[in-house]
Design a protein around this ligand. Structure first.
Ligand SMILES: [Zn+2]
Length: 168
């Protein structure tokens, strides 16, 4: 298992707590690949380059799980799973989140089997730009979720909001 830690440009104060989590993972001998991702396809290219090689965990640069969250995620036997977090201006409680299923990659795990069932070619038909008609960042979360749900089933959701340090 490998942890992918895409790091975008932006406010360092939103990323410090996640950097601490990454440091603790490395001290526990977990392999973490941190990569600066830039441009509309930077995040996509990073995840795609590791896809289909082994079990993967994605930890975005402003999400802050506890050690126990990570233990639970890494030990999970579901084909793929994730922790919810609160989107900006979005849901306030878990019941509402579960109802809306606002999937996002933030902290997610994909077994190798699930990845092989959804090769990167299956993402491409679902890729959309965040700002239609403009060269914004692609919406990688939806692009993976839709074919994953069709071919593997819905994500197993670990029912606790992790901290999301993105400020408006
Ligand atoms: Zn799980």
């Amino acid at each position: 298992m490998k942890v992918l830690h895409p790091v975008g440009r932006g406010r360092i104060d939103e990323k410090l707590a996640t950097e601490q989590v990454v440091l603790e993972l490395r001290m526990a001998s977990v392999r973490v690949i941190s990569k600066l991702v830039t441009g509309p396809d930077g995040y996509l290219d990073f995840v795609a380059s590791e896809w289909g090689t082994e079990d993967l965990v994605v930890l975005e640069d402003d999400k802050v799980p506890t050690a126990w969250d990570l233990v639970g995620l890494m030990a999970c036997t579901a084909p793929w799973c994730l922790f919810p977090y609160k989107p900006r201006g979005g849901v306030e409680n878990l019941a509402e989140w579960l109802e809306n299923r606002t999937f996002a990659l933030g902290l997610a795990r994909f077994s190798l089997e699930a990845q092989l069932a959804v090769p990167t070619s299956a993402w491409l038909t679902h890729l959309r730009h965040k700002e239609p008609g403009r060269e914004g960042q692609v919406m990688l979360d939806r692009a993976i979720e839709v074919p994953m749900r069709e071919r593997v089933g819905p994500a197993h959701v670990h029912p606790r909001f992790i901290t999301h340090n993105h400020r408006v």
